[in-house]
Design a protein around this ligand. Structure first.
Ligand SMILES: *Cc1c(COP(=O)(O)O)cnc(C)c1O
Length: 376
């Protein structure tokens, strides 16, 4: 997750420039004191990258999921289906709306199993959240077909998979709504931040109002006289985050290229010995993490040791598994949902995730691949 690895003079200069040009840190108003509206520009730039889909910058990825669900009409008591390999934020957003998280297992793609979705979706399901975990697309064709048939909306949690594609489309632009995160671990970072990607103006309008206390930002009126229809909350992004985000977005293409070079060093060696995470047909990952499976516990132990010795971590498989598998979320989920997550927990316990870092050289990855390959 290299966004933070590339923070340098450019981001610092952008912040300095913001202060030199008036230092307004709020995204709205103060016309006379400022030269630009950076959050709005950040959104425009992102919209251009994401094939014209509407983009709303917000305070976090978790906020983006919550706002997106709200825009899709999720209300207290509704059921929202998501997956067992996940980050807890998705479940938190559902719970915060008073809705019920329903968990389905993942398959060897490590994303939502469409077969389980088919069996689980019912009249109470208001939305489905496929989570494109660690750079890989979910099996979107199957998921979209099921949801269309059942008339259920899709929110794609794309927080970990910006830049990935499915059938030529950017992840986050396949469902009705997509959510991105710019927290410090993600492929692009603004420290904290997120983005709501909407398929149409109606969803975008609702999200905009909701994230800004209901403000319609009616151009005919001053902010103090602004019109309103709904009440909302405050999930706004600041100008400080946006100036950094604009610089980071320019680095995305470079990051994706460097990721792929490193990922391929592991892939070309390890695929000859291990089962690699299954990539859905016609999808391109952002190559943020390399994942492979192995059943032999002794061998796994030795490999984890070798990875550590090479000064690499193993991200959430197994490093932070307790925050990424619903089997461990007794504090948030009813026992039935925990029990349902058992299959995923078992599968994840056979997986190892190696993060791709740009500050590590291609040689480092070649060396790592060799040393893992040599372990029996
Ligand atoms: C990071 C992340 C989030 C939440 O993003 P924040 O910006 O940290 O709130 C949600 N879902 C997934 C899959 C994530 O990785």
């Amino acid at each position: 997750m290299p966004g933070y690895e590339l923070i340098n003079r450019e981001e610092k200069n952008a912040v300095n420039k913001l202060f030199n040009e008036g230092g307004v840190l709020f995204a709205h108003g103060f016309e006379k004191l400022r030269k630009k509206y950076h959050v709005r520009e950040f959104e425009k730039n992102f919209s251009k990258y994401l094939s014209g889909y509407k983009c709303l910058a917000v305070s976090s990825g978790t906020a983006a999921i919550k706002i997106g669900l709200k825009a899709l009409g999720v209300k207290a008591g509704d059921e929202v289906i998501t997956q067992a390999f996940n980050f807890i934020a998705t479940v938190e957003a559902i719970l915060d709306l008073g809705a019920k998280p329903i968990i389905v297992n993942v398959n060897k793609t490590l994303n939502m199993d469409p077969l389980e979705l088919e069996k689980t979706i019912n009249k109470k399901t208001k939305a489905v959240i496929p989570v494109h975990m660690l750079g890989f697309s979910s099996e979107m064709k199957e998921i979209i077909n099921i949801c269309k048939r059942k008339k259920v909306k899709i929110l794609e949690d794309t927080c970990e998979s910006l830049g990935g594609k499915y059938e030529g489309k950017y992840l986050g632009t396949l469902g009705q709504v997509g959510a991105l995160s710019f927290d410090h671990g993600k492929i692009l970072t603004t420290g904290e931040g997120g983005l709501v990607i909407s398929k149409n103006s109606k969803l975008d309008k609702y999200s905009r109002e909701y994230h800004d206390h209901g403000h319609e930002n009616n151009s005919k009126y001053s902010r103090g006289e602004d019109t309103k229809n709904i009440y909302g909350f405050n999930y706004r992004m600041t100008e400080l985050q946006a100036v950094i985000g604009k610089v980071q977005l320019k680095k995305l293409k470079y990051i994706l290229k460097k990721n792929k070079e490193r990922y391929n060093q592991l892939d070309k060696v390890l695929k000859n010995k291990f089962e690699i995470r299954k990539k859905p047909k016609k999808s391109i990952p952002n190559h943020d993490t390399f994942i492979f499976f192995l059943n032999n516990k002794k061998q796994k132990k030795k490999i984890l040791k070798a990875i550590k010795k090479n000064n690499f971590g193993t991200k959430n498989l197994p490093d932070a598994i307790k925050w990424h598998c619903s089997f461990f979320w007794h504090h948030a989920l009813p026992a039935k949902q925990i029990k349902k997550s058992t299959k995923t927990k078992k599968l994840l316990s056979t997986a190892i995730a190696i993060p791709i870092n740009i500050n590590r050289s291609i040689k480092d990855y070649q060396k790592l691949a060799k040393s893992i390959f040599s372990i029996s």
